[in-house]
Design a protein around this ligand. Structure first.
Ligand SMILES: Nc1ncnc2c1ncn2[C@@H]1O[C@H](COP(=O)(O)OP(=O)(O)OP(=O)(O)O)[C@@H](O)[C@H]1O
Ligand SMILES: [Mg+2]
Length: 349
């Protein structure tokens, strides 16, 4: 079965989508078959990968004959259609034969309320019994169709029912953060909401009505892989500037003092030996990266990862090209290291 990794933070704009794309590409470079899944009704990931510039362009995947987006994939369960859920026809990605996109849908948000009711009434309403397991079921049959090893889940910035479901049915989760006050604040709300979600999932896993559903609720125990801190500015091109460093320190403090103890109490940390053998510490970021500066715009323009832009795509020459390439190679090393850590953890767990 494919390993499902959620990128989650209810704080917006902390690079969840950007990291999903770049990390997915790096894992694919390392020989893993990856599907990146757009579970955010903003559809940023889908728009970026497919190069859509306006909403109309989405009609190609919304009005297709085949099932080509997440909402159509889930429709048999959510709209009580007399057919079973079928795998989604994923999009191939130019330049990366090991990665696919399972596209998002702006209307996914319309399923949020129904899913919320199904999750609140866990086990007491037969008519809703197929909903809590349906996302996981859809992802798994799609993964099987493509022989995927890893599913990366790009989530919306919210604490809604869809995210509750996605996180609690994943094998692992990463929390992207930016070094600022808002990310420090988000640690508190994560520390309060994750235990509630965990309690709910524990109940859901025990409910016969959900286990006997057409799409059974999966028996998962999501584990924390770490944070990814990025978008800070460098001082003299080397270390984070003092102001950013202060927020990075605050984040690490919050993670150590609030998040980790809560995750431990809720069985959401990996065993100590796994962190040890992979040289990781759960309170230290899995990846820490500075601002991509001009590379982010070029990456989006060329639908290519930050770290694999060609000289032509970098659109510069001479000294500028040399400097840009140097910074690109640094990002490549960081993503590569992060991907190696993830592969090692998955292999060791
Ligand atoms: N390391 C980085 N350096 C510079 N810009 C970045 C970096 N990571 C992401 N960005 C930019 O920051 C913005 C937010 O990134 P992104 O959309 O990936 O965040 P998100 O967490 O997915 O947001 P949302 O919560 O809205 O889904 C985007 O404009 C993106 O291009
Ligand atoms: Mg996003």
């Amino acid at each position: 079965m494919a390993t499902q990794i959620a990128l989650f933070n209810h704080k917006g704009g902390v690079s969840k989508t950007t990291t999903t794309f770049n990390l997915g590409w790096m894992l694919a470079n390392k020989g893993k078959k990856v599907i990146i899944i757009d579970c955010d009704s903003q559809c940023n990931l889908t728009g970026m990968v497919l190069g859509f510039k306006d909403a109309k362009e989405f009609n190609v995947i919304y009005n297709a004959k085949e099932i080509r987006n997440i909402r159509e994939g889930l429709a048999p369960a959510f709209e009580s259609r007399p057919v079973v859920i079928q795998p989604v026809v994923c999009e191939t990605i130019e330049g990366q034969p090991n990665m696919y996109l399972l596209p998002g849908h702006i209307g996914l948000a319309e399923y949020e309320v129904t899913l919320g009711i199904a999750q609140e009434l866990t086990g007491s309403l037969v008519t809703l019994q197929n909903l809590p397991g349906s996302l996981s079921y859809l992802f798994n049959i799609t993964a099987k169709k493509y022989g995927a090893d890893i599913l990366l889940i790009d989530m919306s910035p919210s604490l809604g029912a869809i995210n509750q479901n996605l996180l609690m049915t994943s094998d692992y989760f990463i929390i992207p953060m930016a070094p600022d006050y808002f990310s420090v604040m988000a640690i508190d709300s994560l520390a309060s909401v994750l235990p509630k979600w965990n309690t709910w999932a524990k109940q859901a896993k025990k409910q016969p009505i959900l286990q006997n559903a057409t799409y059974p609720f999966p028996n998962k125990n999501p584990k924390f892989l770490g944070t990814i801190i990025q978008k800070y500015r460098l001082r003299e091109g080397k270390t984070p500037s003092a102001a950013f460093q202060q927020w990075i320190d605050e984040i690490e403090k919050g993670v150590s003092n609030k998040l980790i103890p809560m995750l431990k109490d809720n069985g959401m940390l990996l065993p100590d030996e796994v962190y040890k053998t992979t040289g990781l510490k759960p309170n230290r970021p899995l990846i820490q990266m500075s601002d991509f500066n001009s590379l982010i715009a070029l990456s989006q323009k060329h639908k290519a990862p930050i770290f694999d832009l060609t000289d032509a795509q970098l659109e510069s020459t001479g000294v500028v090209l040399k400097i840009t390439k140097k910074s690109m190679h640094q990002f490549r090393d960081l993503y590569s290291e992060g991907a190696d850590r993830i592969i090692k953890i998955i292999g060791n767990a």
